[in-house]
Design a protein around this ligand. Structure first.
Ligand code: OSB
Ligand code: MG
Length: 371
């Protein structure tokens, strides 16, 4: 395959509900869509779902835009490839910048699977016809606001509820949700907001008694040793997110005993190619995985659904319906969750089309590069 045209678009969508994590709050998101056109005129879409600020990882929308424009697009325009994994090798010449790389890798998989006439999920090795959806709930102003959100999502049928926590918003809200919903599969995500100090160890020990599915990323990304030490003290599985950007990070975490569950994020791993490899390695080690989200628009969300069709994704993924985040999505077929299940498309490629009219309406910046 030879790509002769790369289009980058910054697209802004308002969130239907404000989302707050341990590090920041957001009401609106700007992602970058990547459209690759091959020499036969076939088009594949990808999404760069980086947050605007460098609080989840070091990347920002600005850094992604610059790296995509100055490095990734030129690389793609001069590389011949037969399979998306070959293009991923070429993209790997750029260090880090995983969100930016993921946008191009997703677009290559979308294009390739569409041309092959295969649903993306099958192309990746997925076998499920539908995937289990969970929701991720941000930090709310009050415990009552949080309980209302949980009630709404449980009633909608979501199979698992994840709560964002931070020092000062942990044991009390989590215990309140656990008391109101004794049987709901529940987990917490700290986005690295805790430290391996006595005060925080006490909080984590209390959370350990609340029957959680897992505690996600309690400590800073590089502190794998602290995660391993925590896992020795508690019985709730420790899940890693930010710590695993490379398959090699997973190798280290497995060796240390720092990861009993893995959140596989397409963006964080630098694309579907590496996400599949992380899944494969985790599966070999008996570590269950689920697909995390970055509030993706419809393109990135479709990639997440396709990935979640792989056999190792045995826990519900953050593949909520588009409607949880956006009043209108940028694809012609939004992702829908019914009774906590999202159908895996059987159509070739991503299984949905970009809604060009709405994308145009929401575009804040556009750039076309040609071979
Ligand atoms: O840690 O999973 C996270 C959103 C922004 C930054 C980090 C995270 C999240 C989410 C989003 O939890 C979940 C989703 O997309 O449904
Ligand atoms: Mg997380």
């Amino acid at each position: 395959t030879r790509i002769e045209r790369v289009e980058l678009r910054r697209v802004r969508l308002p969130l239907v509900h404000r989302f707050q994590t341990s590090s920041h709050a957001k009401r609106e998101l700007e992602h970058i869509l990547v459209a690759l056109t091959d020499t036969d005129g076939a088009v594949g879409w990808g999404e760069i779902a980086s947050p605007s600020g460098p609080f989840y990882s070091a990347e920002t929308v600005e850094s992604c835009w610059a790296v995509a424009r100055d490095h990734l697009a030129p690389l793609v325009l001069r590389t011949d490839w037969e399979h998306p994994a070959d293009l991923a090798v070429a993209l790997g010449r750029v260090r880090g910048n995983h969100f930016a790389r993921a946008g191009f890798d997703i677009a290559a998989w979308a294009l390739w699977s569409a041309v092959e006439g295969t649903p993306l999920a099958h192309a990746l090795g997925g076998t499920r016809g539908s995937v289990e959806a969970g929701v991720s709930l941000g930090i709310e102003p009050t415990v009552d606001d949080l309980l209302a959100q949980v009630r709404l999502r449980v009633d909608e049928g979501y199979r698992r509820v994840k709560l964002k926590i931070a020092p000062g918003w942990d044991v009390e809200p989590v215990r309140a949700v656990r008391t109101a919903h004794p049987d709901v599969p529940l987990h917490v995500d700290a986005n690295g907001a805790y430290q391996d100090v006595p005060e925080h160890r006490a909080v984590l020990a209390e959370l350990d008694s609340l029957g959680l599915l897992m505690i996600e990323q309690p400590f800073a990304p590089r502190d794998l040793v602290a995660h391993a030490a925590l896992q020795e003290r508690i019985s709730t599985p420790v899940c890693l997110d930010e710590s695993v950007e490379e398959v090699a990070d997973l190798v280290t975490a497995l060796r240390l005993g720092a990861v009993r569950v893995l959140n596989v994020k397409v963006s964080r791993m630098g694309g579907l190619t590496h996400a599949v490899r992380a899944h494969d390695l985790a599966r070999e080690h008996g570590v269950p995985v689920w697909c995390g989200g970055m509030h993706e628009f419809g393109i990135g969300r479709a990639a997440n659904v396709a990935l979640s069709a792989l056999a190792g994704f045995t826990l519900p993924s953050d593949v909520s319906g588009s409607d949880k985040y956006y009043a209108r999505d940028i694809t012609t077929r939004p992702i829908v969750s019914t009774d906590g299940l999202v159908e895996v498309p059987a159509a070739p490629g991503l299984g949905c089309d970009a809604d060009l009219t709405y994308i145009e309406e929401r575009t804040t910046g556009r750039l076309v590069l040609r071979a």
